[in-house]
Design a protein around this ligand. Sequence first.
Ligand SMILES: Cc1cc2nc3c(=O)[nH]c(=O)nc-3n(C[C@H](O)[C@H](O)[C@H](O)COP(=O)(O)OP(=O)(O)OC[C@H]3O[C@@H](n4cnc5c(N)ncnc54)[C@H](O)[C@@H]3O)c2cc1C
Length: 508
Amino acid sequence: MDDVLVIGAGPVGLTTACQLARSGVPVRVVDALPEPTTESRAVGVHARSLEMLAALGVLPALEARGRRMGSLAMVDGETGEDRARIPLDGVASRHPYVLDVAQPDTEAVLADRAAELGVPVERGVRMTALTQDRDGVTVTLTSDDHEDVVRVGWVVGADGGHSTTRHLLGTRLEGDFHGQHFAMADVDIDTDLAPDSIRVFTHPEGLGLLFPLVGARARVMFLVDDPGSGAPDPTLAQIQDLADARMAGRVRVHDPRWLTWFEVHHAQVPRYRHDRVLLAGDAAHIHSPAGAQGMNTGIQDAANLAWKLALVARGAAAPRLLDTYHDERHPVGAEVVRTTTRLTDVGTASGAFGAVRDAALFLVGHVGRVRDAAATRLAEVSIGYRRSSLSQQAGRPGPVRPGDHAPDPQGLRRADGTPVAVEDLLTRPGFLLLVHGDGPGLSEALGDLGTVVRLGVDLVDPDAAYGDRGMVLVRPDGYVGLTAEDADPEVLRRYLTEALGIPTTAAV
Ligand SMILES: Cc1cc2nc3c(=O)[nH]c(=O)nc-3n(C[C@H](O)[C@H](O)[C@H](O)COP(=O)(O)OP(=O)(O)OC[C@H]3O[C@@H](n4cnc5c(N)ncnc54)[C@H](O)[C@@H]3O)c2cc1C
């Protein structure tokens, strides 16, 4: 079995480390910072990320530190009037809301889980050199008093926007480096606005964003002109002036915890996999915080990568499986870079572009289908991998499509009547094979790669969301890999061997 070194204990590195540890892979996670960051940074966790974090068993702890947002409101920053509201309660997820939680809390919860799984974060340890050959990666880890050269099987570079891993691989972010500047503040606020919505204030001078956190705490952000390099941090008075101008005088800020300027670029690396070194999260893509997609995209990178890397590190699957990490996640990152750029421009538009923006907001506010599409997009539940080589269908199609996220239908229950969700079943590491009937031979074909659950026997699916025959193989990240009209062990074996590169005369 190969071991894995994760560089960076941000949300992406920690999610990767937890998933790998759960799958029984030896893993270390190092971080250059001697102490965890206190900067609130990414504050919105979306439905799809919540589904993935649920598999790690961290949701109750995360919810205890956060606040649920039931909608996203676009507000006219000059008048304070709602221009459009996108309710999230109709989103097809067990978590139809955004959880606003400060990034240090997210990291603390994930670090606790990693420690429970036997992977304490090694702090004050910086990766300073890295070379790889056919059999492994040689890494230099530098701390205050010494330098260690270690040899590992695989490296995940989750070391953020200024990634050393990326630099040492000789690759770089490609994209738009003009930069957009934000003034951001982690403060307490007094406001008459209910703390139930993320609010995007549109304003000709630049958008404003308001994310309510627990208690009176909130994150406010404003798109601003370049404050100039070396500019001192913004003052509370400057933040108040911006809030007065762009949040229609409805927000008073006080008790600051963190005031800073933040410059964003929009860019992505051309390849996520470099043989034995994989890039994930901000190391692979950077973009505007509009839409709060940065950390979410990274957490979903981690969920996609970790199960594949676990199979490869355990020697169960051929390394080519890791190419599908790039194939599936690079287009998602590219789309996020595109849409967050557009969203920021839209929030700032004036004149003719502003009129187009206003017409679009009218549609979002008044046309149900447009509103639902916007909610689905925001919650990231439309992300899927239908075109992936891992998404396969044998025989006639059923109601579930390969490449889509496995649905979690209402009314699903165990044979004894206890309600259950597919998400609960995914807390067991590995694949989930849902099969109609007894499915003879399928347990042997799947081996210890996952769990077989029999529909109609172990599980009652009252509305036949999973059809009435055959089988559905759900990947550990919750996406559907294979659907088959017949519950045929040979079809499963062929999929595991040909699509995933897992030799399965006896599945490992
Ligand atoms: C000022 C600021 C404000 C932001 N605001 C928002 C927001 O409002 N909404 C949003 O969605 N996103 C926001 N982001 C982006 C969000 O924080 C990132 O998308 C998210 O943190 C990505 O997680 P990550 O794990 O990939 O990287 P990071 O969280 O950056 O973690 C990388 C980790 O790697 C460590 N590291 C770096 N180099 C090395 C090395 N050589 N060796 C060992 N360890 C190393 C770092 O110490 C760090 O802990 C903000 C970012 C910044 C900087």
